[in-house]
Design a protein around this ligand. Structure first.
Ligand code: C2E
Ligand code: MG
Ligand code: MG
Length: 583
């Protein structure tokens, strides 16, 4: 019985049932009274009606009391839901109804407490770098933004120093990710101490209201916000002191690691009005410091912005140029040093710029590589060159065409299929196609080179290693690679007659190529003496202004026909020195 009563008290269903039963019984009581009074005592009908109304009223009051006990907590719950909807996670429910609503309220309070704590943790993680526990880039940008705004109001000057840890990436590649993270932690500690010390040394005389803030802003990049400085030289001294802190060696897992640091400095408000702008200026200065060598610090200048802008304009122009077909392949002959015949050619990209005329690749290849545009551009030139060579073939000139491949084109896993498609589409036989790959690309990932090039070579495409002698070839890897040709870099040919070691270097490369059964192409042949020397030493082909500069496809076709006709009718003395009349 006691349990039953408690059940009624502590459950919503119990309360509602009780309310309902109470209401019905009161209504019935009222009706019974009404009946007794109307039937038994007809004269007192009014009195009977009054009594039953009173009973009804009583019933309604009881029902209302019960219902409000239920609805009050429900109203609290609704309020609570609305508050949490407005992200007020600190809100708590105070329900003491003793039933399931109270249990539900307590559960909701516990849930909100946990949610509140999680949200605080998420917010912390969003603004803190998890490896070094320093503020991250977003937080740094926000703080700089606020400092810039308050400086603008108070007429103060501040600085941002962007710091790159030299050699960090190389250490991480050698020792692995975990050691890399450990090293970053040590670097962060060192930098924090250096920032605190620099704050004291450099800004001792200034009344420092706001201390400097250190953050991790990139993989190996950190930044320091100095909210107020007396003059920019203070920021320069600050950068030097902080960078000097990094120059002392680190001990990690028994290794002695020597790092270094470059710094870029931006002053605000002059170098940027928002946190984003100031940080970008400091980073632009940093990239100039890095290009200038190790352990340098450079202040941002307007000119840097100008150069960055020019780069951007160049990038947009290249993009538009590709779409509008302003790029084309030019062709430079390669001559067989034994027979004097044109043996093939190299396709070299040219840009027919709408205002600047024909532009050399040295002016835009670097920008195209940096922006990734070299991939579509290189593919376009590859197709253009194959199309032109297939046209010559149809008109009776069978010459092999070589195209240059950039590192980015080579990163594409579809590279092999793409080359095969180009040959199929243009109808150029694989035996008349050659790919030139620089020594540095070849050596950066020998296994990938073998995987991507071997199927093409098996179909008859020839593979040349370009600018040979300028990279750091690993001889063991070199012999495993699917190459057919060494292109001797033009610096060796240019050095002939000037540098005493040049002939020996060229002879060594030719001998090595001979040993591996490779062809050799000497690049940059400009004089008959150079051609004669190369022929005597056994170089297979020569390429250079002596035999023809890069020219358009039509000009090259005419040059090739003319060369063959001239060579046939020429006296041996008229041929470039040392070259035999073609048989
Ligand atoms: P590279 O592949 O080593 O091409 C040889 C460069 O030497 C060409 O410069 C050519 O014009 C130049 N040259 C030829 N004969 C002589 C000579 O007798 N004396 C001198 N001083 N130079 C000579 P170019 O056309 O300016 O191309 C420069 C570089 O740009 C190329 O070097 C190549 O690395 C790159 N390049 C050119 N076209 C393409 C392309 O379609 N794709 C890619 N990825 N790179 C290209
Ligand atoms: Mg080349
Ligand atoms: Mg070359």
């Amino acid at each position: 019985m006691k349990d039953w009563l408690e059940n009624i008290q502590k459950t919503l269903a119990g309360k509602l049932t009780l309310a309902f039963v109470g209401l019905i019984s009161l209504v019935m009581l009222g009706m019974t009274l009404t009946l007794i009074f109307t039937v038994g005592y007809g004269s007192t009908l009014a009195w009977a009606v009054g009594m039953s109304s009173l009973a009804m009223l009583l019933a309604s009051a009881t029902f209302y009391a019960f219902v409000t006990r239920i609805t009050e907590p429900l109203r609290d719950l609704t309020d609570f839901a609305q508050q949490t909807n407005l992200k007020r996670l600190a809100v708590r429910l105070d329900v003491r109804s003793g039933d399931e609503l109270e249990i539900l309220a307590r559960a909701l309070n516990r849930m909100m407490q946990r949610l509140d704590a999680s949200m605080k943790r998420i917010q912390q993680l969003a603004f803190v770098d998890t490896i070094t526990e320093l503020p991250n880039r977003d937080r740094f940008r926000q703080e700089t933004d606020e400092a810039a705004k308050s400086n603008a109001v108070n007429n103060l000057v501040g600085a941002v120093i962007s710091i790159d840890v030299d050699k960090f990436i190389r250490v991480q590649e050698t020792l692995g990710q975990i050691a890399g993270e450990e090293l970053l932690g040590l670097v962060a500690e060192r930098l924090s101490a250096a920032v605190r010390a620099s704050d004291r040394i450099v800004r001792l005389q200034t009344c420092i209201a706001r201390p400097a803030l250190l953050a991790r802003t990139g993989i190996s990049e950190f930044a320091v916000l100095i909210p107020d400085i007396d003059d920019p030289t203070q920021a320069g001294r600050f950068a030097q002191l902080v960078a000097a802190g990094l120059r002392q060696h680190f001990e990690l897992g028994g290794h002695r690691i020597v790092l270094g640091a470059c710094a870029g400095i931006a002053i605000f408000p002059q170098d940027g009005e928002t946190g984003e702008e100031v940080l970008r200026s400091a980073e632009l200065a940093l990239s100039h410091a890095r290009n200038g060598g190790r352990n340098r610090s450079v202040f941002f200048t307007r000119k840097m912005n100008q150069r960055a802008l020019e780069k951007l304009v160049l990038e947009n122009e290249i993009r538009a140029g590709i779409e509008q077909g302003q790029f084309m392949a030019y062709f430079q002959p390669k001559v067989d040093l034994g027979t004097g015949r044109i043996h093939g050619c190299e396709a070299l990209v040219r840009w027919n710029h709408p205002t600047q005329g024909m532009v050399s690749p040295t002016k835009f290849i670097a920008a195209a590589e940096e922006t990734g545009l070299i991939a579509p551009l290189g593919d376009y030139i590859m197709r253009d060159a194959a199309k032109k060579a297939a046209g010559w073939l149809r008109r009776g000139i069978a010459l092999r065409v070589a195209v240059n491949v950039s590192a980015m084109q080579f990163n594409d896993d579809n590279f092999t299929a793409k080359v095969q498609n180009i040959l199929a589409e243009t109808g150029l036989p694989a035996s008349l196609f050659e790919l030139e790959i620089t020594e540095s690309i070849a050596m950066s990932n020998p296994d990938r080179v073998i995987r991507l090039l071997e199927p093409l070579r098996n179909k008859g495409v020839r593979i040349a290693i370009d600018d040979f002698g300028t990279g750091h070839s690993n001889l063991a890897a070199l012999t495993r690679m699917p190459f057919d040709v060494f292109k001797i870099d033009q610096s060796f040919i240019r050095a002939l007659g000037k540098d005493r070691s040049a002939p020996a270097m060229i002879e060594t490369i030719i001998a090595m190529a001979g040993g591996l059964n490779y062809e050799t192409v000497a690049e940059g042949v400009e004089s008959q003496e150079q051609a004669a020397f190369l022929k005597k030493r056994g170089a297979t082909l020569g390429q250079g202004y002596l035999f023809g500069s890069p020219m358009s496809a039509d000009a090259f076709e005419a040059h090739a026909r003319n060369w063959a006709a001239r060579a046939d009718g020429m006296a041996p003395t008229q041929l470039p020195d040392g070259l035999r009349r073609p048989s």
